[in-house]
Ligand binder design. Structure first.
Ligand code: O7M
Length: 213
């Protein structure tokens, strides 16, 4: 994933056709595509293969199982062309390490989640989850653009690991605030794929980010 536009498109659309249309439109303004359960269930897992021929794919199955099953899941994603995977940290050190190892280091660990409910259980342990990501050798963490001050807090814990941050647009966060707080990439879904003009929507976000750095 080349750090050019600093945007990861969350491709939570309901069909292969929509997926290819939105990626095609937004292509010039994004660095990677996050493919998760909605699209995998709608279009089948080979959508990972197809999208990975157009852009780097981060496979977001928010993996949260015992180590041996985590390994099986990551292997399935990587063999279809995923460049990275996303796993939960609350399952513990051994489960996270299994993901990191199977993904050859290309794993991001979810810390504090961006939605209101994220404050309930994930926020109180987010610092520990970030420290776990660091000690397990993950590539980075997922932190909330809805609470930029938390991005800054978590940055201090993980040092030079990457931060990818969802919550911009539909959830109320602002791209420039998240980047200024220390995020490497924003993750954006609805603000792009629900737009009548996904190309312009993605470009506007990329321009906002460029002006904020
Ligand atoms: O921009 P949206 O709100 O339409 O989509 C946000 C995307 O980010 C969507 O794919 C969510 O699954 C994801 N996400 C969150 O919204 N909040 C989180 O705390 C974590 C994620 C995420 O990507 O986790 C890996």
């Amino acid at each position: 994933m080349q750090k050019k536009n600093r945007i990861i498109l969350a491709l939570d659309v309901k069909s292969r056709e929509d997926a290819l249309r939105v990626v095609g439109a937004a292509a010039d303004s994004i660095d990677a595509v996050k493919v998760g359960w909605p699209l995998i269930l709608a279009a089948g897992p080979d959508i990972i293969v197809e999208v990975s021929k157009l852009k780097d794919v981060i496979c977001d199955m928010k993996i949260a199982d015992i180590p041996s099953v985590n390994t099986l899941i990551v292997n399935q994603a990587m063999k279809r062309g995923a460049s990275a995977v996303i796993c939960h940290g609350f399952v513990g050190d051994d489960s996270v390490r299994a993901c990191v190892e199977a993904a050859k280091g290309q794993a991001f660990v979810v810390t504090e989640m961006s939605h209101p409910g994220g404050k309930q259980f994930t926020a109180p342990v987010a610092d520990k989850l970030a420290a776990l990501a660091k000690s397990a050798g993950a590539r980075g963490i997922v932190a909330p653009a809805t609470r930029p001050e938390r991005i800054a807090d978590l940055r201090r814990i993980i040092d030079n690991l990457e931060i990818i941050t969802p919550g911009v647009g539909a959830q109320g966060g602002k791209a420039s605030d998240a980047i200024r707080a220390g995020a490497d990439y924003i993750i954006v879904g609805r603000a792009i794929y629900e737009s009548t003009d996904p190309k312009s929507a993605a470009k506007a976000l990329a321009d906002e980010i460029r002006q904020s750095i």
